[in-house]
Design a protein around this ligand. Structure first.
Ligand code: 6PG
Length: 261
C-alpha cells in the first residue's frame, strides 16, 4: 500500500533504507497502475532513467507484483533517453528492458521507447508524434490537459541529478521554457551529450509524479530541491509542480540526511 505521507511541496516519504525504498516504490507504481486501469481500462506510465530506478523495476517484475498488473492495458513510455543505441550500457530503454520488460507479458506495441540511436532532433520529433498519436492530440496543438485534447500520463517517474536536473531538463536551459513541444532534444551541460526529454508542461500535466531519490550523495541537492523557495530554473526539479496531479517524493534516510538541518 502507498505509505502515509508528510506534507512538503508535494508529499515526502522517507524510507529507512535502499531496500525499503525499492520495495515501497515498486508497490506504489503497481498500485497506481492498477488504479488507472480500474478507472479507465488503460494506463500510461513514463519511466525514468539513470541508476536509481533499476532495482525498483526489478521488483516490479517480481511475479507477486507483475501478475497483479494488466500489461496488455499498460503503456510504457520514457521521461528521457540518452542518444545511444538500445543495447548501449547507457541506454535508459536498455536498462528497463533488462530489469523489467524482459520479464513481463507486455505487448511490443505497448512499449513506446525513444529511439536513442537516431539523431536527437529527429528522435524528439518522432517521439512527440508517437505521444500525440497515443493521446489522440492534434499534431501541433500546444501542451494542454487531456480533457482539452492534450496529454495526461497516469504516472511519471523522475530522478534527481546532482545538479538538480530531472528527466533531461538541465539547469538554466532553454528547454525549461518550452510550452509548445511535448518532447525536445537537449544536451548535457559540459559533455554536450545529446538527450531527448519530455518537456515540463507534459510532466506537470500528469496525474501522478513520483520522484525516487536515494543515497547520501543526493542529500545536498534534495535539501535544495525540497527546502528551496519558489520555482528556480537553476534547479529544474523545483519546476515540477503538477497542474492538478499528485506530487510525491520517495527517498531513503541517507538522501534525507540534510533535510531540516
Ligand atoms: C537520466 C535520467 C536522469 C536521472 C538523474 C538521476 O537519463 O540520467 O533520467 O534524470 O534520473 O540523473 O540519476 P541517478 O538515478 O543515476 O542518480
Amino acid at each position: 500500500m502507498c505509505p502515509r505521507s508528510v506534507e512538503v511541496d508535494g508529499e515526502l516519504e522517507i524510507l529507512p533504507d535502499k531496500a525499503t525504498l525499492w520495495r515501497t516504490a515498486a508497490d506504489c507504481v503497481a498500485d497506481l497502475m492498477r488504479e488507472a486501469i480500474r478507472r479507465s481500462a488503460s494506463c500510461a506510465v513514463a519511466l525514468s532513467g539513470g541508476s536509481t530506478p533499476q532495482e525498483i523495476y526489478r521488483r516490479l517484475a517480481h511475479p507477486e507484483r507483475a501478475s497483479t498488473i494488466e500489461w496488455p492495458q499498460s503503456h510504457l513510455f520514457w521521461g528521457d533517453e540518452r542518444c545511444v543505441s538500445p543495447d548501449d550500457a547507457d541506454s535508459n530503454f536498455g536498462m528497463a528492458k533488462r530489469a523489467l520488460l524482459d520479464h513481463i507479458p507486455i505487448p511490443a506495441g505497448n512499449v513506446h521507447r525513444i529511439l536513442g540511436e537516431w539523431p536527437a532532433e529527429t528522435a524528439a520529433r518522432r517521439y512527440e508524434r508517437e505521444l500525440r498519436d497515443f493521446f489522440g492530440a492534434e499534431p501541433t496543438s500546444p501542451v494542454t490537459p487531456l480533457q482539452k485534447g492534450g496529454i495526461r500520463f497516469d504516472l511519471v517517474l523522475l530522478g534527481l541529478g546532482q545538479d538538480g536536473h530531472t528527466a533531461s531538463l538541465f539547469p538554466n536551459s532553454a528547454a525549461l521554457e518550452e510550452r509548445q513541444h511535448w518532447a525536445l532534444a537537449t544536451q548535457v551541460p559540459g559533455s554536450g551529450a545529446w538527450r531527448v526529454t519530455l518537456t515540463l508542461p507534459v510532466i506537470n500535466s500528469a496525474a501522478n509524479v513520483l520522484f525516487l531519490v536515494s543515497g547520501r550523495g543526493k542529500a545536498g541537492i534534495l535539501r535544495d530541491a525540497l527546502e528551496g523557495k519558489g520555482p528556480d530554473a537553476s534547479l529544474p526539479a523545483r519546476l515540477v509542480q503538477p497542474d492538478s496531479g499528485r506530487l510525491r517524493w520517495l527517498v531513503d534516510t541517507d538522501a534525507a540526511s540534510l533535510l531540516g538541518a
